[in-house]
Ligand binder design. Structure first.
Ligand SMILES: Cc1cc2nc3c(=O)[nH]c(=O)nc-3n(C[C@H](O)[C@H](O)[C@H](O)COP(=O)(O)O)c2cc1C
Length: 359
């Protein structure tokens, strides 16, 4: 073989191998390294605060601000005014629901580490005050595992499996919320309202721009920002993730092709659905926080029972579609169903020192 041909062959091989390696690396799950250390906080409390942050929040905005007094066993949780979805959530409805989700998850983390927890909402400051006291040295690994397992599952669920339908109906009845299984007329109404609301939002410039802002479009962006919606958060993994990151940027994510893909994806999700849970409440901030607490309580139970959950807020966010929903004052709409392999939380979460101040 001629020297020139050999060099060309080696160069081509090196280029191909490095391209393949980079594809494989991009397609792998992104592990975000959340820094759990904060001065003044022992390892156990840091771990508890980290587990609390695995709570759901709309667009994964992680909108909580914490003032923590470890010596006194107290902390306050309030909403970060910088972390709000101004377009789809102008009245901070979802922001306060997300705070409720955080409080319930944090409570669960304290319970796992043997603490007793009490909390009360201060309506004059829109702050939740939480007290914690260690009462046992026993750590409950099952509760910790459940917090890490809970996640939003954006895949289409297995509609051939409705074995958990009755369980969900009973759980909702016991918790004072509504459940509409796939065989009810209300299910069809919710499905249509959700599709129509999604289509409206997908083609709305401002909504698309806001979503684009919270999309994380590379492993690097996910690791740097530690919030928002990475490919995994959207249910895009493996080779699909490689192509998604290769061809999507913050500009074309505001365009028609991206909107069309989102609509097709949403229709697919809605076709793969065993039923919808509606959690309702009044509109005051206190009631919204309580509603987020209740929704998370139910979500953790569903997680334990391997029932997948996907909040779909589009119809609630759009007044004309909200009125079509079969509920007085819906705040959270959860698509639920069964899957073959449950999965776990992607744990894209911010460093604790970003939002916790220790006193
Ligand atoms: C109040 C609220 C509203 C949400 N609305 C939607 C939604 O409309 N569509 C969606 O795909 N996910 C929705 N989510 C799920 C979040 O995107 C998800 O919680 C976040 O990305 C963190 O992921 P995790 O739940 O897997 O921890 C919502 C979550 C909350 C708390």
């Amino acid at each position: 073989m001629k020297k020139k041909t050999l060099i060309a062959l080696i160069t081509t091989t090196v280029v191909l191998v490095s391209a393949l390696t980079s594809i494989l690396v991009t397609g792998r799950k992104t592990n975000v390294n959340t820094d759990k250390s904060i001065q003044g906080l022992n390892e156990e409390l840091s771990e508890i605060m980290y587990l609390g942050s695995l709570a759901p929040s709309s667009h994964n905005i992680q909108c909580w601000l914490i003032e923590l007094y470890p010596e006194e066993g107290k902390l306050t949780v309030s909403a970060d005014p910088e972390r709000k979805l101004g377009v789809v959530d102008p009245h901070a409805r979802e922001q306060f629901l997300s705070l409720g989700c955080y409080i319930r998850t944090l409570e669960e983390a304290f319970l796992a580490y043997g603490y007793n927890v009490t909390y009360s909402y201060d309506e004059s400051t829109d702050t939740m005050n939480l007290s914690f006291k260690k009462i046992s040295d026993k750590i409950d690994p099952n509760t910790i595992a459940r917090i890490k397992k809970r996640h939003t599952d954006k895949r289409a669920f297995d509609i051939s499996d409705s074995s958990k339908n009755e369980y969900v109906a009973k759980l909702c009845k016991n918790n004072g919320c509504e459940y509409y299984s796939f065989d009810t007329k209300e299910f069809a109404i919710i499905k249509k309202a959700t599709t129509d609301a999604y289509i409206k939002q997908a083609y709305d410039e401002e909504t698309a721009a806001e979503l684009s802002n919270w999309l994380r479009l590379s492993n690097k962006e996910t690791k740097d920002k530690k919030d928002g919606l990475s490919a995994e958060q959207l249910g895009i993994t493996g080779i699909k993730k490689v192509f998604y990151y290769l061809f999507t940027n913050h500009e074309n994510a505001k365009g028609k092709t991206f909107a069309d893909q989102g609509i097709a994806n949403t229709e697919n999700q809605l076709n793969g659905c065993m039923g919808f849970i509606i959690v309702s409440s009044g509109d005051s901030k206190k009631e919204l926080v309580e509603c987020g607490i209740k929704a998370t309580d139910i979500w953790l139970d569903l997680t334990e029972n391997n029932i997948s959950v996907h909040p779909m807020s589009y119809a609630i966010e759009e007044a004309e579609y909200k009125t079509q929903l079969p509920s007085e004052n819906p705040q959270m709409l959860l698509r639920v169903g069964c899957v073959k392999k449950y999965g776990e939380n992607n744990a894209v979460r911010r460093d604790l020192s970003d939002y916790i101040k220790v006193h």
